[in-house]
Design a protein around this ligand. Structure first.
Ligand code: COA
Length: 187
């Protein structure tokens, strides 16, 4: 199990690897992002399907994630608080078994109510540690108006390498995405 990197105050319980038993929490969290985007924050910086995937679909998604972790094609860390998963960070190989397998694509999300407490930063720091020997470069895309996420990525060492305007189309409105990367072999 991965420990919180030294220097981080113990504001929450645990950063650890994904477990099969996390499925219900992770699906519930995922649905909470749909609710948040629909009811409170139309600009929420995650990419959504036009129609919320149903539960069987989500079980399939989780199962694929879990299999990718077991195969070594993905790494997934979660933040646990009060016995429940409140945040997730995953890295998937760009194309397993190929010349770009050393590049990992990163995603991260913390549920509302647990943001701004250092969990995102701790998950990313934990992920950098976990990626050693597996992935050399990590890439991500962030909505250009998602200042909080952008600042966090910059702070932990990601650099910008491009921008795609009109990258997201949500309810007829366009959003731009900034592309970022970090070379883990440099640190
Ligand atoms: C973006 C997200 C993952 C960050 O995780 P978090 O746990 O809230 O972030 P942390 O508490 O670790 O904050 C770390 C850094 O974020 C930045 N940050 C936090 N709140 C901020 C704010 N209101 N404005 C600007 N920057 C902010 C700061 O740089 C902060 O570093 P500091 O604590 O040294 O000042 C989380 O807010 C989230 O899941 N948001 C919704 C989904 C999302 O946007 N995912 C990212 C998709 S690319």
């Amino acid at each position: 199990m991965l420990q919180i990197p030294a220097g981080f105050p113990p504001l929450f319980n645990m950063i650890r690897e994904l477990r099969w038993e996390d499925m219900d929490d992770i699906i519930r969290n995922y649905y909470s992002y749909y609710d948040e985007m629909e009811n409170e924050n139309p600009d929420l910086g995650l990419i959504f399907y036009w129609v919320k995937p149903d539960y069987p679909n989500e079980i399939g998604w989780f199962s694929n994630l879990y299999q990718a972790v077991i195969r070594g094609d993905a790494i997934c860390l979660v933040a646990e608080e009060d016995g429940h998963v409140v945040g997730i960070c995953d890295v998937h190989s760009k194309r397993p078994g190929s010349e770009v397998a050393h590049i990992g694509m990163l995603g991260i999300a913390i549920i509302k109510g647990y943001r701004g407490k250092g969990i995102g930063k701790a998950l990313l720091q934990g992920m950098f540690k976990a990626c050693k020997g597996h992935f050399e470069i990590l890439t991500l895309e962030v909505f250009s108006n998602n200042t909080k996420a952008y600042e966090l990525y910059r702070k932990v060492g990601f650099r910008e390498n491009g921008k795609l305007d009109k990258s997201i189309k949500r309810n007829g409105r366009y959003y731009s995405e900034i592309k970022m990367y970090i070379d883990l072999t440099e640190s």
